[in-house]
Design a protein around this ligand. Structure first.
Ligand code: NAP
Ligand code: GCO
Length: 264
């Protein structure tokens, strides 16, 4: 059984894996045997991440590359092919959020979120898919969100992008499923990372941030997720264990989407 989940001989690219969810997923894929490549935009982030991976005994290759820049993505994918081999597993993880009420958001701000969170996965996937087609197999995992299903105040661009990413996932599965490429999504619940840090910051009087208390009450598991909660689902979707799973979003949310909320 264990063999089904092993990733020896596979090359994985995890975008935006300098810290947060991406780093935990990259670690999990490495622990299962894959060779790891990752990218991010910040040079300082890249160097810090390289030393963190090295401390954990993971020989990850890091690239400075913005997922919205087609030329830079194309260069990175060629470099990975030359340095590690052609990519078997792609995790489209890089993403940003802007929390701004929609009536105050500029079109440029809206576009920036869509560009990174939706156009980015399109650009990286379309660059990696030809190599997967040549190899005769591939796994693409798109990091979606609660906001692939739900809305809330201030996150219009993010929800539009993550809803779109869910449909891009289904379309890649539809278009390339016949060529042995499986494309699935992971929809993390509320996970403690730098992206969500502002929602957990204690109030000046030392009390809990109201959003922090709201999320804990809204989650049947009664807690925020941590990045390690995503490791098992990522290995499953990257491995032969999921070879007949295609076009699905696996929500890893402590039960949020199943729950109507605490009765008053
Ligand atoms: P995070 O802590 O902010 O990390 C984001 C990572 O993406 C960083 O490594 C960042 O590095 C990189 N990045 C951002 N924009 C990029 C770009 N244009 N090109 C390349 N790399 C880029 O975020 P996270 O919380 O780990 O979230 C990771 C993914 O999961 C995102 O797609 C997010 O939307 C999604 N998600 C998060 C949660 C949550 O609760 N945290 C829940 C559901 C889904 P640089 O800044 O150096 O580029
Ligand atoms: C927010 C949050 C999110 C989460 C996540 C939920 O402001 O509501 O940042 O949207 O990060 O994507 O799954």
């Amino acid at each position: 059984m264990e063999k089904l989940f092993r990733l020896e001989g596979k090359v994985a690219l995890v975008t935006g894996a300098a810290y947060g969810i991406g780093m935990a997923i990259a670690e999990a894929l490495a622990e299962a045997g894959a060779k790891i490549a990752f990218n991010c935009r910040g040079e300082e982030h890249l160097n810090k991440a390289l030393s963190k991976y090295a401390q954990k005994g993971i020989a990850a290759k890091g690239y400075l590359c913005d997922v919205t820049d087609e030329e830079s993505v194309s260069r990175m994918v060629s470099d990975i092919e030359r340095e590690l081999g052609s990519i078997d597993i792609l995790v489209n993880n890089a993403g940003i959020i802007k929390r701004i009420p929609m009536d105050q958001m500029t079109a440029a701000e809206f576009r920036e979120v869509i560009d990174i969170d939706l156009n980015g996965p399109f650009i990286v996937s379309k660059t990696v898919i030809p190599g997967m087609l040549r190899k005769g197999h591939g796994k693409i995992i798109n990091i979606c969100s609660m906001m692939s299903e739900l809305g809330r105040e201030t996150v219009s661009a993010y929800a539009a992008a993550k809803g779109g990413l869910k449909m891009l996932t289904r379309n890649i599965a539809s278009e390339y499923g016949g060529r042995n490429i499986q494309c699935n999504g992971i929809g993390p619940g509320y996970i403690a990372t730098p992206q969500t840090a502002p929602l957990r910051e204690p109030q000046p009087d030392g009390s809990r941030h109201p959003f922090d208390a709201f999320i804990v009450a809204k989650t049947p598991a009664g807690r925020w997720g941590n990045t390690d909660d995503l490791k098992g689902p990522a290995v499953f979707l990257a491995s032969d264990a999921s070879n007949f799973v295609n076009g699905q979003i696996l929500y890893v949310d402590g039960g949020i989407l199943a729950y109507i909320g605490k009765q008053p």
